[in-house]
Design a binder for this molecule. Structure first.
Ligand code: NAD
Ligand code: 6OD
Length: 490
């Protein structure tokens, strides 16, 4: 019932070659608990070799290539992903248990689109130029040029593996950097397949290196503490971001961090009700709730509260928890047994904290191999105070707590009463209120009457514990380049 039952080897990719390691770990398909891959874990020497290869490549043909030529190569990579679409799709589904519907419409197409967007962006960039008046009246001209940051370490999470890795790889490569990437230990496959594409389209050896492994005392830490890495771009948990910040401090590397969230969804009584219910159901349950942008806190204006809770409950109960390959499946498993245990611990905590369980709260029973997987029931609660841990902490599962509110001021204060600041989604047909509330959110991304609608040129990132810096369009180009000013006395 899986997309591909063969156990594959996922090797590291260093200086244009696939490299084995004597130390390996297994990757489990979370839909049924079967082994899908043997992954070669990079030791310290392999990480060092990858960083050295990246350093050499920086000064090779890649470093001398025009922006136009690099943009063409990025487009060729995008075409290469498209050509092997089914292979990428099967690999992503086997690693994550994502439903076919989601991976084929979001993860793999965005993997290719990220390269095309930054191929365009690098062709469109300009730089500052200033004329300076000088006492001799002759003046000076200043112009800034962009150089690559250098060797960039990319560390990515498991929830949208190809999408989120290429979201960083593409702009970094567009700017002429060389890469050492460590995908999550849970999702080694698509980033390894991408190495084959890089080779096929002629990306020079050493430009793209893949090291597999974990965080502490493994490839992640070896990369972040390495003195010859010039910048770290990371997506993952806020606590991991804090650990990486400490690790990079002695060598003063710039960081770009996209971290966790505890996002608010706000539904006003004047909303388009059906659109709001459908939109919020998608936002809460898509990718089994494993989206950093998902609203785990929903606030609904009191006059429509009961009706909204009933309608969202019906949506949750209409989800199809199935095999990833089945095209009718809407909801797959969580990424792992470990994550399933974490989410279930919050399901228990919610009850202990006094929640009313509107739907779900446990593990579904299938009577087949999916019972060995990591599924949980889509779950909704009401009745918790704002101080409850379930309302404060990121759960990263298919669940949300729903509270009523009475005034705009009240809901803005509640939505912002969190240490996170990633995203929000507001539902209203009142144009002024839409702007007002969206602007009042202390977040990096504020949606009105939509969620996860992306224009890849716009700034993306989080406030507070949700991140440092912004990526997207010029924001990415700015992070991945080192501007150098040239001043010429006339
Ligand atoms: P994670 O932080 O556990 O792991 C992310 C990556 O960091 C993995 O590759 C992991 O091996 C590595 N890592 C772990 N410890 C490390 C260390 N000490 N040094 C170096 N590398 C280390 O996150 P996850 O569980 O893979 O992903 C889920 C989290 O990511 C959630 O908190 C979610 O909100 C967040 N996320 C944020 C965004 C965003 O854009 N803001 C996007 C997706 C996911
Ligand atoms: O769409 C993107 O570019 C992006 N970074 C999405 C992040 C989703 C978090 O899970």
């Amino acid at each position: 019932m899986n997309a591909n039952v063969k156990v594959v080897e996922r090797k590291c990719f260093i200086d244009g070659q696939f490299v084995s390691s004597s130390k390996q770990f297994t990757k489990i398909n979370p839909a049924d608990g079967t082994v899908v891959a043997q992954v070669h874990e990079a030791d310290k020497a392999m990480v060092d070799a990858a960083i050295k290869a990246a350093r050499r490549a920086l000064h090779g043909p890649w470093g001398k290539m025009s922006n136009q030529a690099r943009a063409d190569m990025l487009r060729a990579i995008a075409d290469g992903i498209d050509k092997r679409f089914d292979e990428f799709l099967a690999a992503e589904m086997n690693d994550t248990g994502k439903p076919w519907n989601l991976a084929s419409h979001l993860d793999i197409p965005r993997g290719a689109a990220n390269f095309r967007v930054f191929a365009d962006a690098i062709r469109a960039v300009g730089m500052d130029s200033f004329h300076l008046d000088t006492p001799d009246g002759k003046g000076a001209i200043n112009y800034a040029m962009r150089k690559p940051l250098g060797v960039v370490a990319v560390i990515s999470p498991w929830n949208l593996p190809l999408l989120l890795s290429t979201w960083k790889l593409a702009p970094a490569m567009a700017c002429g950097n060389t890469i050492v990437i460590k995908p999550s230990e849970e999702t080694p496959s698509t980033i390894t397949l991408l190495a084959e594409v890089m080779k096929e389209v002629g990306v020079p050896d050493g430009v793209y290196n893949v090291v597999h492994g974990f965080g502490p005392n493994s490839a992640g830490e070896f990369m972040t503490t390495h003195p010859d890495v010039d910048g770290v771009t990371f997506t993952g948990e806020s606590a991991t971001g804090a650990a990486i910040m400490k690790a990079v401090a002695p060598t003063v590397k710039p960081v770009s961090f996209e971290l966790g969230g505890k996002n608010a969804g706000i539904v006003f009584a004047d909303c388009d009700f059906d659109a709001a219910v459908a939109g919020m159901a998608n936002a809460v349950f898509s990718n089994t709730g494993q989206v950093c942008l998902a609203p785990e806190r929903i606030y609904v204006e009191r006059p429509i509260f009961d009706k909204f809770v009933a309608a969202l409950k019906a949506k949750a109960e209409g989800l199809v928890l199935g095999w990833p390959i089945d095209k009718t499946t809407t909801t797959g498993p969580l990424i792992s047994k470990e994550h399933q245990q974490k989410v279930l611990s919050y399901y228990e905590l919610a009850v202990k904290e006094g929640a009313k369980v509107i739907t779900g709260g446990g593990v579904p029973k299938f009577g087949d191999a999916r019972d060995n997987g990591s599924y949980v029931q889509p779950t909704l609660w009401t009745g918790l105070p704002e101080t409850a841990r379930v309302v404060k902490e990121e759960i990263f599962g298919p669940c949300a707590h729903i509270s009523p509110f009475d005034t705009e001021e009240e809901v803005i204060a509640k939505a912002n009463d969190t240490r996170y600041g990633l995203a929000s989604t507001v539902w209203t047909t009142n144009l002024s209120r839409g702007h007002r509330v969206a602007q009042a959110m202390e977040v990096g991304i504020s949606w009105v009457n939509c969620w996860f609608l992306r224009d890849l040129r716009t700034p993306f990132g989080g406030a507070k514990l949700s991140g440092i810096g912004r990526e997207g369009g010029m924001h990415s180009i700015n992070f991945y380049s080192e501007p150098t000013n040239v001043c010429i006395k006339l």
